[in-house]
Each structure stands twice: as structure tokens, then as C-alpha cells.
Design a protein around this ligand. Structure first.
Ligand code: FNR
Ligand code: LAC
Length: 351
């Protein structure tokens, strides 16, 4: 369904999605853990940073393209793994993947997706697979093989979720998932996030990550790193990349905003593996700040999800296109011709 007036930005897409979605579903997508301090700070921290533009740089018409794990993307924003997309829109992850393909970017499919990897592959989108490591090793091997066979080009192992954070909005609403909404990885429907997480191993270690890196036949990315110490471990244990992430404020409440954690991680990694970031991306300027501080690209979870909720594939595509246009203008007005022209000197803390 179309909103009466097309939303002009991500915040307006969220407002429109909040009107359309069942309140419990909206609470699941929008909410965070505990007091939601980190959820809010992810967004606010970008506003504590300001850009330091350079003028008369002859920018012309800057390109927003970046290369991530060897793949060229038209914009430095990938679609983050978000579970249960059919709860937001009946076309779910397939529509999201089509939107990503049209926008020229990649989608990372969640283990707890409600579309199959094969259906997502059929969209032709550049695709990564997010792995929740289950207690059952057979299931993990099966999921990895299935992703590889379906042409997924990276394995994103989520490392910040040994247990599910306590999201009080879901406790209050009693959020449940309809029986007809199936999770193909688990072969059944009606499973809540809390029930799914009981199947996931709480005992994962860096050794396990190393094992996936050695055996998956795909580059492994550790998603959910917030410290220099863990960034170094990711490098040592064979990760091809990492995502500075706090799971969109949904896991440990009270950790730093991801943009505040990025500089120490980028410093520690020192270019040895690819550094990505997610959390709080709502504007093209947020993307530019993250790139300036050392991210190669960012992932956005809720932003394209609100587009999907409002208008399916078209809505998700419009959000990605809005972000691309905002990134391009921010580059032009910051005075750089390409994303890799951004440096920490383009950002300062608000005085
Ligand atoms: C997530 N995220 C997530 N991450 C993951 O590794 N596997 C998953 O299944 C999910 N599921 C999920 C559901 C919902 C509703 C949200 C909002 C998030 C986290 C996601 O990949 C990403 O880290 C955050 O969404 C980034 O923050 P923003 O962009 O939503 O602010
Ligand atoms: C979430 C899980 C499923 O954040 O990743 O809801």
C-alpha cells in the first residue's frame, strides 16, 4: 500500500511503517534491549560528529561506488541481516533482495529469514549469508553448504548473540509470529525470536570462527565487534572482515554507539581485513562519517526495512536510492570525488 505522500527520508519511512504495521511487529523491528540507551545512542552519536568540508575541490559528479570483498557496489550501503522480513511485508526478503539488486548493492540474508536462500539467489542480487551458529553442528554445515551452492559470496557469523537480548517491548506486547510465516532454515513456522535463539549455541569461541574460516569455502566476516581487542582476534583467527556492530542496540544495552567504537577498531585492524559498520544509519551523512573514520561500507537494517514495510520492493528500493543520493550530495559538499577520498580529517566532534 502506498503512503498518501511519498516519504522524503528514512525517518518519514519509519513513521509511515509505524502506522501500517501491527503494533507488536513494529515494536519488534524498532525496539532494542533494556533501556534502549544504545539503540538511541547509535543514532545520536552520528549527530555529535560534524563534517569538515573542503571547498573548490572540483568534485563534479562524485561516484558513490565502493568495492567490498572484491565486489563493486554502486553505493557504500549494504542491506543488513534482519530476521522475519515477511512479518514486515508478505514479499519479505525476496522483495528486499530485488530492491538491493536494482539499487546495485548487496543483501545479507539472515539465518532467521522467512525466504529461502534459493529464492533470494533467483533475484540475482549480490548476496551474503548471515550464520547463527546452532548447537547442532549438522545444521550449521547444511546451512553453509546451501548458501555456498546458492551463490552466496560471504559468510557473516554473528558473534554478539550467545543469548537474545531482553527486548522489553516484546515482553510487553507478547510478540509472536504467525504459523504461516516459516523460517526455512528451521523448516517450520510460528517460531518466536526467543524460541529460535534457544537452538543457537551460547558457547561459540574464536576457535569456532577460525574453523568456519578454514572450512566454509567462503570468506568469513565477524559481525558484532566493538573493541580493538576483539578486532585483533578477528584478524588472528582468519576473518576476511568484521562488522562493528551492537546488533542495532538489541543485545547488550549500555555499550557504545558503533560510530564511537569504529576508530579504535579501524586503528587495530590497520587495513589488514575489511572493516564495515552498522547501527544507526539513517542519513547519507552518517554513511560518509563512517567511511571517513575507517569503514569501507556500512550496513543498514531498519532503514530499508521501513521501506519494505511501507511499499514492498519499491519502498525498499526508494530508501536505498534516497541513501545513495544523500551520500552523493554529502560527498559533493564535503569536497571529495570518491568514497576513498574520505579521511578522519573530514570529521570532527561537535564543539
Ligand atoms: C536485526 N539484526 C540481526 N542481525 C543478525 O546478525 N541476524 C539477524 O537475524 C538479525 N535480525 C534483526 C532483526 C531486526 C528486526 C533488527 C532491527 C535487527 C541486526 C542487524 O543486522 C543490524 O546489526 C542492525 O539492524 C543495525 O542497526 P540499524 O541499521 O537497524 O540501526
Ligand atoms: C533479532 C535477532 C533475531 O535481533 O537477531 O531479533
Amino acid at each position: 500500500m502506498l503512503a498518501p505522500v511519498e516519504p522524503a527520508n528514512v525517518f518519514e519511512y519509519e513513521a509511515a511503517a509505524a502506522e501500517l504495521l501491527d503494533p507488536a511487529a513494529y515494536g519488534y523491528f524498532a525496539g532494542g534491549a533494556g533501556d534502549e540507551l544504545t539503540l538511541r545512542d547509535n543514532v545520536e552519536a552520528f549527530r555529535r560528529l560534524q563534517l569538515r568540508p573542503r571547498v573548490l575541490a572540483g568534485v563534479g559528479d562524485p561516484s558513490t561506488a565502493v568495492t567490498v570483498l572484491g565486489a563493486e557496489l554502486a553505493l557504500p550501503v549494504l542491506v543488513a541481516p534482519v530476521a522475519y522480513q515477511r512479518v514486515a511485508h508478505p514479499d519479505g526478503e525476496v522483495a528486499m533482495a530485488r530492491a538491493a539488486a536494482t539499487a546495485g548493492t548487496a543483501i545479507c540474508l539472515s539465518t532467521l529469514a522467512t525466504s529461502t536462500p534459493e529464492d533470494v539467489a533467483a533475484t540475482g542480487a549480490t548476496r551474503w549469508f548471515q550464520l547463527y551458529v546452532f548447537r547442532d553442528p549438522g545444521l550449521n554445515a547444511e546451512l553453509v553448504a546451501r548458501a555456498r551452492d546458492a551463490g552466496f559470496t560471504a559468510l557473516v557469523v554473528t558473534v554478539d548473540t550467545p543469548v537474545l537480548g531482553r527486548r522489553e517491548r516484546d515482553v510487553r506486547s507478547g510478540f509472536t509470529v504467525a504459523q504461516h510465516i516459516e523460517i526455512p532454515a528451521l523448516g517450520r513456522g510460528g517460531i518466536t525470536p526467543a524460541q529460535a535463539l534457544e537452538l543457537i549455541s551460547p558457547s561459540l569461541t574464536w576457535r569456532d570462527l577460525e574453523e568456519f574460516a578454514a572450512t566454509a569455502g567462503l570468506p568469513v566476516i565477524a559481525k558484532g565487534v566493538l573493541t580493538a581487542e576483539d578486532a585483533l582476534l578477528a584478524v588472528e583467527h582468519g576473518a576476511a572482515g568484521l562488522v562493528v556492530s551492537n546488533h542495532g542496540g538489541r543485545q547488550l544495552d549500555g555499550v557504545s554507539a558503533t560510530i564511537d567504537a569504529l576508530p579504535e577498531v579501524a586503528d587495530a585492524v590497520a587495513g589488514r581485513i575489511e572493516v564495515l559498520l552498522d547501527g544507526g544509519i539513517r542519513r547519507g551523512a552518517d554513511v560518509v562519517k563512517a567511511l571517513a573514520l575507517g569503514a569501507r561500507a556500512v550496513l543498514a537494517g531498519r532503514a530499508p526495512l521501513w521501506g519494505l514495510a511501507v511499499d514492498g520492493e519499491d519502498g525498499a528500493r526508494r530508501v536505498l536510492e534516497l541513501l545513495r543520493a544523500e551520500v552523493q550530495m554529502a560527498l559533493q559538499l564535503t569536497g571529495v570525488r570518491t568514497p576513498d577520498g574520505l579521511t578522519p580529517a573530514h570529521v570532527q566532534r561537535r564543539r
